[in-house]
Design a binder for this molecule. Structure first.
Ligand code: CA
Length: 333
């Protein structure tokens, strides 16, 4: 079973108690897949009627239904993993609205840059070929993990006096669309004091920031879009505001001949992930059974769709439609 819902990637938030929309800025499609798995054993001679509720006190969402863990292959053919959680890709959350399950939500204050290390995401410097892959991996992951000792460096050394600094691309690929509203990057010993590595003057003197909501492709109509170009930057700590929107790629291009380093690139997410999957456990009914009505409740976020806004707005969860007293459950009779 699956259902499709849509919401907006902004700070507009669902009211926790009522599930009603707050102020809305823009709609984008979001897909929420919910899957409930049943194992039916045999037929009972004496039929009984009982209700199984997933998302209620007896079987909360986090438990998956207290059955057999699901098992699915995730990732790609080169890096596949067996996922036995109920929330593959860690794209589901249970806390934004108590008793509900929803795509992961970001309030605009969280740095989500490290999400590029999850699932199909990546961080690369595709046109930098003069650095060993191991060192490049260490330095690139060191700019999104909050480690203020490690930086991405382009500086001359006695062993390498000529270091290319202009036109270097650093590409953050989230592997999916995430809502973004702000970036920040800086060298070491700026935002966080680091007297052992006082490189606060080695900031980027020139840069471009590009985004794309898909993989870059001129043939399929997905070119990168320039957000900001600064050729005479004077700020060690750079803030770049992005109109709230879903993006998959964030690209930083250096526009300077001066040596530089980047301690961290921070990406501030907003709104819900645009897709998420919840898989229940395989629920063993342990006796002959006939599955009756299966029902749930979806809470909507934002306004109803209009002809000019084809995306539905919405979000999260389940309940018996016949009972408003328990707003988060699934009933099977
Ligand atoms: Ca760092």
């Amino acid at each position: 079973m699956s259902t499709t819902v849509n919401t907006l990637p902004t700070n507009a938030d669902m009211t926790p108690e009522a599930g009603t929309p707050a102020r809305q800025r823009r709609f984008h499609p979001i897909t929420f897949f919910f899957t409930l798995l049943f194992l039916l054993i045999s037929q009972s001679a004496q039929p009984q009627v009982r209700t199984y509720t997933l998302g209620g006190p007896e079987h909360p969402w986090r438990s998956g239904g207290d059955g057999h863990d699901p098992s699915f292959i995730v990732g790609n053919r080169f890096n596949g993993l067996v996922d036995t959680t109920n929330t593959p890709g860690d794209a589901i959350e249970f806390s934004h609205r108590v008793g509900w399950v929803s795509p992961r939500f970001f309030d605009g204050q969280a740095n989500i840059a490290s999400l590029v290390l999850e699932g199909d995401g990546s961080i690369k410097a595709p046109n930098l070929i003069s650095v060993s892959s191991a060192l490049l991996k260490t330095q690139l992951e060191g700019i999104i993990d909050g480690d203020h000792d490690i930086a991405f460096e382009r500086k001359p050394s006695p062993f390498n006096p000529q270091v290319a600094t202009f036109g270097i691309w650093v590409v953050l690929d989230f592997g999916r669309q995430v809502g973004v509203q702000r970036l920040r990057f800086y060298p070491r010993n700026t935002l966080v004091s680091n007297l052992q590595k006082p490189f606060h003057n080695d900031y980027l003197r020139g840069y471009e920031v590009w985004i794309n909501h898909r993989q870059t492709s001129s043939t399929t109509g997905a070119p990168d879009r320039l957000v900001k170009r600064v050729l005479d930057n004077q700020d060690p700590i750079v803030n770049v505001d992005v109109p709230p929107q879903y993006v998959r790629l964030i690209k930083l291009r250096t526009m300077t001949e001066s040596p530089f380093e980047i301690d961290e690139i921070e990406v501030y997410g907003t709104g819900y992930l645009n897709s998420a999957t919840y898989l229940s456990d395989l629920i063993d009914l342990s006796a002959p059974a006939t599955v009756g009505t299966l029902s749930w409740l979806e809470g909507l976020v934002g306004e109803a769709p209009s002809p000019n806004s084809p995306s539905r707005c919405a979000a999260a969860s389940t309940t018996p439609p016949s009972s408003t007293a328990n707003p988060s459950a699934m009933r099977m009779v």
